[in-house]
Design a protein around this ligand. Structure first.
Ligand code: C2E
Ligand code: MG
Ligand code: MG
Length: 424
């Protein structure tokens, strides 16, 4: 029997052969689960390969000993694992609950070896019945689901379905469109105003990107951000946007206009670069843009992993004079204790959180309480997704400083934005 030399788990070939035999012999429902450790290369690079190896052995041991009903476990390569789990008498909801629990335990195991780092386990699941004969295809499907869920901290795991194939095909179509637009400098940068609740005047804007297909149709970020994150091209996009807004702000300054602060989104992928801080500073200096006119939005989930490393980079960016905001707060596993340690200036309450809170009196209370706490520690608050006057009035009563939502404007092309909001 073939085993992986490091962890003692089955090799891929052995897994496939044994899984075929097990399923054929028992004719019961199973799941194939494919997992990998999020950002494992970061651990190897920063803590050394010995630590990386020790973590792989810990996780292997954990899978072997503590996953209920696991029949087979394999490490196929690097930090990639496969499990075959018997789910006879277990409904799919319980499977998902179990996965969530196991992920939490795995996080603890990893963070014991690397203080301050608690990476997410990415897990894809494929439900199979006792008739399944093509094990390699079943594993492929679990892996497709695993990749689709990468970086999404709100999901315990992704379950394979035919619909995921559409997402995969979409990625294949998007990348050439992005490459062309990047080369031709034709990525669109839209701006959405942020409005002061007190004065109802514009006090800033967020830059949001759009792609355009060959028929001239606008492609929204929901159709391309995930694909760009998976390939690392998101780094090119974000620097493109930053450079675009730097040129715009420089143009305003040259025309004697006092600029508003423009925020841009910085994907989590950037934080692996050792030159992130220098790269951002160099770009703004090239355009001679004072840092107070730029705000960097980082989604809250970024702070769940490698906290010390992220915090030190965010500190360096703030020390230089950029504002930093936590984006999408309230969309995932937000924690108030996290906000306490984050070196940020602004908290952007996610539109889903805002919408939910506005639905009930209790929700309003919760939002008021949260905003009070954030105000106490001198954080600016932006409420996203405000669409009606009524919502605005509730949000104002809760003490929110700034509003970004369709009530005032959608993200619009920059020339339209200048026409509406920037007075020469
Ligand atoms: P985000 O950074 O949270 O941006 C706010 C999103 O909320 C925008 O969606 C905006 O159009 C939408 N929004 C604002 N007000 C309302 C409202 O009242 N109602 C509704 N229904 N939606 C509202 P958009 O432009 O589709 O962008 C989606 C996400 O894609 C952004 O969320 C951001 O995370 C990401 N994104 C967009 N452009 C970039 C980029 O250049 N780089 C990176 N890394 N991410 C980007
Ligand atoms: Mg944002
Ligand atoms: Mg947001």
């Amino acid at each position: 029997m073939q085993n992986d030399g490091l962890t003692g788990l089955l090799t891929f070939e052995e897994f496939v052969s044994q899984a075929g035999a097990v399923i054929c012999a028992h004719n019961k429902p199973y799941i194939v689960a494919a997992g990998d450790i999020g950002d494992f290369h970061y651990i190897n690079i920063n803590y050394g390969y010995d630590v990386g190896d020790a973590i792989l052995c810990d996780i292997a041991e954990f899978f072997r000993m503590f996953v209920p009903n696991a029949v087979l476990c394999s490490r196929t390569h690097s930090d990639h694992f496969l499990l075959l789990v018997n789910i006879e008498d277990i409904d799919s909801e319980r499977v998902l609950r179990e996965v969530k629990r196991l992920k939490e335990v795995a996080k603890d195991i990893i963070s014991k070896r690397v203080k301050g780092v608690s990476p997410n386990l990415n897990i894809g699941i494929n439900f199979i019945d006792g008739e399944e004969t093509n094990i390699v295809a079943a594993v492929d499907k679990a892996n497709i689901a695993r990749r689709v869920g990468k970086g999404n901290y709100n999901l315990p795991c992704v379950v394979y379905s035919e619909h995921l194939m559409d997402i995969k095909e979409n990625s294949a179509k998007i990348l050439p469109i992005f490459d062309d637009s990047f080369r031709n400098e034709s990525i669109r940068v839209y701006l959405q105003p942020k409005i002061s609740s007190e004065t109802q005047r514009i006090i800033g804007a967020e830059a949001l990107s759009r792609l355009v297909d060959s028929n001239g149709n606008i492609i929204p970020p929901s159709n391309f951000i995930a694909a760009l994150e998976k390939t690392g091209k998101i780094v090119e996009l974000d620097f493109y946007v930053l450079s675009f807004i730097c040129k715009l702000i420089r143009k305003w300054i040259n025309s004697g206009i006092e600029p508003i602060t423009i925020s841009f989104n910085l994907s989590r992928m950037h934080f692996y670069s050792n030159t992130l801080v220098e790269d951002i500073i160099r770009l703004t200096e090239e355009h001679n843009v004072p840092p107070q006119y730029l705000e960097i939005e980082v989604t809250e989930s970024v702070f769940f992993e490698a906290q010390e490393m992220i915090i030190s980079k965010v500190n360096a960016l703030r020390d230089y004079g950029f504002k930093v905001s936590v984006d999408d707060f309230g969309s995932g596993y937000s924690s108030l204790s996290l906000i306490g340690v984050l070196p940020v200036d602004v908290v952007k309450l996610d539109k889903s959180f805002v919408r939910e809170s506005l639905k009930s009196e209790r929700g309003n209370e919760l939002m008021r309480g949260l905003i009070n706490i954030l105000n106490e520690i001198d954080l600016e608050i932006v409420c996203e997704g405000v669409e009606t006057k009524e919502e605005e009035s509730i949000v104002n009563k809760c003490g929110c400083d700034e509003i970004q939502g369709y009530l005032y404007d959608k993200p619009i092309p920059t020339d339209e934005f200048e026409h509406k909001y920037i007075k020469a």
